[in-house]
Design a protein around this ligand. Structure first.
Ligand SMILES: Nc1ncnc2c1ncn2[C@@H]1O[C@H](COP(=O)(O)OP(=O)(O)OP(=O)(O)O)[C@@H](O)[C@H]1O
Ligand SMILES: [Mg+2]
Length: 228
């Protein structure tokens, strides 16, 4: 589903954020991407989304070699990846249902289809009863559930999250990670960049650890590791 081959990313001012990263993530995998601040996790995420291009190496996502993408192909390519951010990024003036529907409206999905899919995905994240609320009326965990619903409503093969629990308390963080795990069990490939050490240790999923831009560990049923 995702393959990085010899990927190096050097930012313009000369920081090497990733160095010679080679890894494969199979369809249906659940992967934690861990490592200290500055290790290159968000760079990995931005390369996957094709927000950045690698300095060297090859990235293939769901059969697409990202180097071959023309600018006009990029929005279509990004539909393969549902994205969840640390800060939720909801539209404050819109209701929960409208926030989720908006993701489909920009894709010009027919109205009838939108009316069918939005309640389904809100049900999946356990927020059917909040569909008319505005984001400010929700807890942080509920807002992140809306963001997960929005990421999933177009049924992408990959769900990608960068520090999805960074603004949440431990219990709510656990709920969000459990939701991502449930989504994975329904067949979506899930990649989560995180600092949530206790959750990573308890979930026993694949852990890819980065340090100074290099993969230093890649374990099935792994743990966060010893570094802070
Ligand atoms: N746009 C940029 N221009 C120049 N350097 C950058 C840019 N973005 C990131 N870097 C550098 O690349 C390295 C990796 O950064 P990255 O954001 O990928 O780390 P991270 O693992 O996500 O860290 P954190 O846990 O703090 O989010 C860091 O040294 C950072 O300063
Ligand atoms: Mg980051």
């Amino acid at each position: 589903m995702i393959s990085f081959t010899g990927v190096t990313k050097v930012y313009p001012k000369g920081v090497s954020a990733l160095t010679d990263v080679t890894l494969k993530i199979k369809k249906g995998d659940f992967v934690f991407l861990v490592g200290p601040s500055g290790a290159g996790k968000s760079t990995f995420v931005r390369l996957l989304l094709r927000e950045e291009r690698p300095t060297e190496g090859r990235i293939v996502v769901d059969g697409v070699d990202t180097a071959q993408l023309r600018p006009v192909d990029i929005p279509f390519f990004r539909r393969k990846i549902g994205m969840v951010f640390q800060d939720f990024r909801l539209l404050p003036e819109r209701t929960v249902a409208e926030n989720v529907a908006f993701a489909l409206r920009v894709l010009e999905v027919p109205r009838r289809e939108i009316l069918r899919r939005v309640p389904q995905v809100l049900h999946l994240v356990g927020l059917s009863h909040k569909s008319r609320a505005k984001p400010a009326e929700l807890s942080g965990g509920e807002q992140q559930r809306v963001a997960v619903a929005r990421a999933l409503v177009n049924n992408p093969p990959i769900l990608l999250a960068d520090e999805p629990t960074g603004n949440l308390d431990p219990e709510t963080s656990w709920e969000i990670m459990s939701l991502l795990s449930e989504i994975n069990q329904r067949g979506t490939t899930v990649v989560v960049a995180t600092h949530a050490r206790e959750i990573v240790d308890r979930m026993r999923r694949r852990v890819i650890a980065l340090e100074n831009g290099r993969v230093v560990r890649d374990e099935e049923k792994g743990a966060y590791g010893c570094e802070a």
